[in-house]
Design a protein around this ligand. Structure first.
Ligand code: NAD
Length: 501
């Protein structure tokens, strides 16, 4: 049976009205499982009105009271973890363990913002001039919007709305139309946890809904996570419309394997980071830069059989290490890159193109692929493929490897594998990258640090969640106060510094 999904506006499910729908697939079977409404300006306007109406009451709710909802929300997610993970995996295709892990990473953000009363503490300076005190406080920005990608339908929304809501804002989530059910379910659980109606709304849709949100003058701030082309557009349009925007975008994450690396550790890291979630992670390792010919030879020789042995399968099979990619179009695009890599002269050591699984012939599966002797001029090196494809680039020395990392237009994550503390320290210092790992392939920061890349991987001034998330969703107000009992100086017509008073 094909379900008809809904928006979540003003605390309740709302049917789509635009007449436009998109199909939602089970990527393992290729079957349509649901139809998601694609909102037009009417539904978007209603969601914005609901969020605006809820704002005064929620802003005025003491932070300690707001977090009572978040404490309950955290517990509800953990109670429903199995169901949530199954919903997520059935639309995304990732394995159940991976789905659960990603939800738990989102829960960590909720746990972080349960401390919001402390995080919102301001600054106070007594007696900056005679009888004058100054204090700074942070206030919510207003109605916030989150536009999220398909690859983390629970974690990425939870990088945003728990922080925004804890800070006293109201929120509209526009999840990916490819796997929208998890975002909707999270909103239901927030409601069950006691969130007042209208504080969190979910609008399903595509560019039309996004454009309506970007044009709405009531929307104060927009968080986007997704591809670079769309992120650049959302950043430019949102800023032109006077909104605060953070846009976290695409990536091409390198792991540098030094000659002294613990090769077992580096190979384990490459397997998980390149092929976990079918390579559909913005922090996936898609390039391994091996330093020295011998390092490259050993890395490829020992990695290739492991890539061939990857257990590819549907999320319902607990043995699966890697699921399908998200859509038929994504599969076509990835296969196109593999063909191009061969044409451009790279050496396809493991070819996952022909994979077919009995009973899942219509699923969007691709086996793990491994390219060797990739060079910077090839499109498989320059472009984000977002699939289970790892490219090995051979560098003669450390400086050449670092140059590759720094010259690449993307700057989300990078890791160095070495036992040499000097090399690691040098890499940490000189890599033009937002998140760096030392013998850690996917250096996603814990929730109380902030997540974000450099260069074409992020547009805007703020990284997401952690302290930068709290700054993004609040604005500072600075107050200078004098009370009548202080010294009376009469009218003053010139500026004076504190030392003169
Ligand atoms: P996408 O850019 O296609 O879609 C992201 C969101 O933007 C979706 O909600 C979608 O509906 C909307 N959208 C798509 N096209 C639009 C348009 N023309 N105008 C307005 N809105 C539009 O991204 P995706 O394919 O869902 O996700 C994969 C991408 O996300 C990859 O590039 C990946 O690296 C990136 N990503 C980045 C991070 C990060 O933190 N940097 C995290 C996760 C994913």
């Amino acid at each position: 049976m094909i379900r008809e999904l809904k928006h979540f506006i003003g605390g309740k499910p709302v049917k789509g009205e635009s007449g436009r729908f998109a199909d939602v697939y089970d990527p393992a079977t290729g079957q349509v499982t649901a139809k998601v409404p694609l909102a037009g300006p009417g539904e978007v306007g209603r969601a914005v009105s609901a969020a605006a109406a809820a704002l005064p009451g929620w802003m005025a709710t003491p932070p300690a009271k707001r977090v009572q909802v978040l404490f309950r929300f955290r517990d509800l997610i953990l109670e429903h973890l199995d169901d949530l993970a199954a919903t997520l995996a059935s639309e995304h295709g990732k394995t159940l363990d991976d789905a659960k892990g990603s939800i738990r990473r989102g829960v960590e953000v909720v746990e972080f913002v349960c401390g919001i009363p402390h995080l919102l503490k301001g600054e106070y300076s007594e007696g900056v001039a005679s009888g004058v005190d100054v204090f700074a406080l942070r206030q919510p920005v207003g109605v916030c919007v989150g536009i999220t990608p398909f690859n983390f339908p629970a974690m990425v929304p939870m990088w945003m709305f728990p922080v925004a809501i804890a800070c006293g804002n109201t929120f509209i989530l526009k999840p990916s139309e490819k796997d929208p059910s998890t975002g909707f379910r999270l909103a239901e659980l927030m409601s069950e946890a006691g969130l007042p109606s209208g504080v969190l709304n979910v609008i399903n849709g595509d560019k039309e809904a996004v454009d309506a949100l970007l044009a709405d003058p009531t929307v104060a701030a927009v968080s986007f996570v997704g591809s670079t082309a769309v992120g650049e557009y959302i950043y430019a349009t949102g800023c032109a419309n006077g909104k605060r925007v953070q846009a976290l975008c695409g990536a091409k994450n390198h792991m540098v394997v030094m000659p002294d690396a613990d090769m077992d550790q580096a190979l384990d890291a490459a397997m998980g980071a390149a092929y976990g979630s079918a390579g559909e992670r913005c922090m996936a390792i898609s390039v391994a830069v091996t330093v020295g010919e011998e390092t490259g030879d050993e890395f490829v020789r020992r990695l290739a059989p492991r890539v061939r042995a990857l257990k590819v399968g549907p999320y319902v099979d607990p043995q699966s290490e890697m699921g399908p990619v998200i859509t038929a179009e994504a599969k076509e695009r990835i296969l196109g890159y593999i063909d191009k890599g061969i044409e451009e002269g790279a050496d396809l050591v493991v070819d996952g193109r022909g994979l077919s699984l009995q009973g899942y012939e219509d699923g969007y599966f691709i086996g793990g692929c491994l390219f060797d002797r990739v060079t910077p001029s090839m499109s498989i090196y320059s472009d984000e493929i977002f699939g289970p494809v790892l490219s090995v680039v051979r560098a003669k020395d450390y400086e050449e490897a670092l140059g590759l990392v720094n010259d690449h237009p993307y700057g989300n994550g990078a890791a160095i594998f070495t036992r040499d503390g000097d090399a690691a320290r040098n890499f940490v210092n000189r890599a033009k990258i937002g998140m760096v790992g030392v013998n850690v392939p996917i250096p996603v920061p814990v929730a109380y640090y902030s997540f974000g890349g450099w260069k074409s991987s992020l547009f805007g001034d703020h990284h997401i969640h952690g302290p930068e998330g709290v700054r993004f969703y609040t604005r500072q107000k600075t107050v200078t106060a004098r009370w009548p009992s202080g010294i009376r100086e009469g009218a003053q017509f010139h500026f004076r510094g504190g030392a003169e008073t």
